[in-house]
Design a protein around this ligand. Structure first.
Ligand SMILES: [Zn+2]
Length: 494
């Protein structure tokens, strides 16, 4: 989670690069602390956030004026250009947040359901598809109330970049180290290869999971909440924090360096989340118990982020420690998530029996297929949104076509405007796929070097830290990845 920064009296004489980044870091830390409190359900001050974003904006503008373009590392330059409109961004983000809670809402049997509560509603009404359909349809209509604010936010981003001869898609390609042609190819081919299997597995599994065939209102999150439920009883007594401490300890990681808050608290964010407040010294995870199997995997995911952040070399520059692109950061979260749910750990460490293991793996593969097709549509939408400079209604039209093409199910066009990742970020969606592909390539290289039981070996942990974790954003991706989707797809498709 990277939240922007600044400094008292943004107009003061800013300085050279190192002074600038020191001030940026101070603000980054203060702002993250405030957001942490918000997510932890602790008292926080919205004014402090607004004040910080104003300072951040001032500091970005001054730094870009006073420091030569060729002196500023690319990732930092991009971050600072985006930050030149931080106040508008923050204001618009808050408006979007409020609209998602208040305006985009329907009433069902006297109960208000909005975009923030719809997943809980779906969980409670999982066996009542008529109720879910009517709420879903209602919300898709109401989503138009968000359209102008989302559009404005995308425009603010575009205009800020254009002043510095950048554009959002180009920025993303630089951050992720990929060409447009390759990005589109990877997204398109992965989704297209997954589709037939997704359709046949869906036909087989859906009656077991949701009691009927899949329809447009049965989105990924409906399945995610239900599909692993049969295993909850097996995981309810697993102390997964202790398990992960033991497993990662063997690789030489010191989980005690990550602050873990498990206390249930009113207002605490319901999903586990990791904050790199001051990388690598102050890294915190928030979690609380909701459903046993889901908690186990999502804790392992956030722990992966945490172990990454504490392993970044503290002598690295600001941009190397803080501006780690999503397609890199998610490699290590998915690596640990994968490890926690791997055949080896489930059988050898958690004593799961053979039949249960098969069923967990089968359902896990189905969710991967769902991810590939659904995120194929989401990713392609955002790529083409920027590439072709689409309007919001053109984007809605395209989204209908893309869901039909990649998933075989036509979603209402406004669905993307309601999706937290797709609508609330400039791009982001393809990064999950890039990270999954790179994670599988990395796993192949770890197995090749240390054997299939690499996860039991201290040297494998040292190698992981020295080669891949400590450089932060300066990781040499080329040393293990050519973005070949085969190793990843091969694990999912027969
Ligand atoms: Zn993550």
């Amino acid at each position: 989670m990277y939240l922007p920064t600044i400094e008292k009296g943004g107009s003061e004489n800013v300085m050279e690069l190192s002074g600038w980044t020191a001030k940026l870091e101070d603000l980054e830390v203060s702002l993250s602390k405030e957001f942490y409190k918000q997510y932890a359900g602790l008292p926080y001050d919205e004014n402090v956030m607004v004040e910080h974003s104003a300072r951040f904006q001032g500091l970005c503008r001054e730094g870009l004026k006073q420091i030569g373009r060729d002196e500023i590392p690319e990732l930092l330059f991009i971050h600072a250009v985006h930050g030149t409109e931080e106040v508008s961004q923050t204001r618009l983000k808050n408006q979007i947040y409020k609209k998602r809670n208040d305006d985009v809402a329907v009433t069902f049997n006297g109960q208000k359901v909005d975009l923030n509560s719809v997943r809980r509603f779906n969980r409670e009404h999982i066996d009542d598809p008529q109720a879910r359909k009517s709420v879903f349809d209602g919300l898709m209509g109401e989503a138009r109330r968000l359209t102008s604010t989302l559009w404005r936010r995308f425009q603010v981003t575009r205009e800020a970049y254009e002043k510095h001869a950048l554009e959002p898609l180009g920025v993303y390609l630089v951050e992720e180290g990929i060409s447009l042609k390759k990005l589109k190819e990877v997204v398109d081919q992965s989704a297209r290869r997954a589709k037939p299997r997704f359709e046949s597995e869906s036909e087989e599994l859906s009656p077991e999971v949701i009691g009927k065939e899949m329809e447009y209102f049965d989105d990924l999150y409906v399945y995610r909440h239900r599909i692993f439920e049969p295993f909850d009883s097996l995981f309810k007594d697993v102390d997964y924090v202790q398990e992960m401490r033991r497993i990662t300890g063997r690789l030489g990681f010191d989980m005690d360096k990550v602050d873990i808050d498990s206390e249930p608290r009113e207002g605490k964010y319901s999903s586990p989340v990791c904050f790199g407040i001051q990388i690598p010294r102050d890294v915190r995870i928030l979690y609380q118990k909701t459903s046993p199997f889901g908690d186990y995997t999502s804790f392992a995911h956030e722990l992966g982020h945490g172990l990454h952040f504490i392993s970044v070399d503290e002598d690295r520059d600001f941009h190397e420690r803080y501006l780690i692109p999503h397609g890199i950061a998610e490699i290590f979260s998915t690596l640990f998530e994968h490890l926690a749910t791997s055949e080896e750990i489930l059988t050898e460490e958690l004593s799961i029996d053979e039949d249960t293991l098969e069923e967990i793996l089968r359902r896990g593969r189905f969710m991967a297929l769902y991810f590939l097709t659904f995120y194929g549509a989401n990713s392609m939408l955002k790529i083409r949104f920027w590439e072709e400079r689409l309007t919001m209604s053109e984007a809605d039209q395209l989204y209908e076509e893309l869901t039909q093409k990649y998933m075989g199910i036509r979603y209402p066009g406004t669905y993307w405007q309601t999706h937290h990742v797709v609508s609330m970020n400039d791009l982001y969606a393809p990064s999950y796929l890039l990270a999954e592909i790179r994670k599988s390539e990395l796993l192949g290289s770890l197995r090749g070097r240390f054997g299939d039981d690499w996860w039991k070996k201290k040297q494998a942990g040292s190698f992981l830290r020295e080669e891949f974790l400590s450089p932060g954003a300066s990781i040499d991706l080329g040393s293990f990845s050519c973005l070949d989707p085969e190793p990843y797809l091969g694990g999912i498709l027969p």
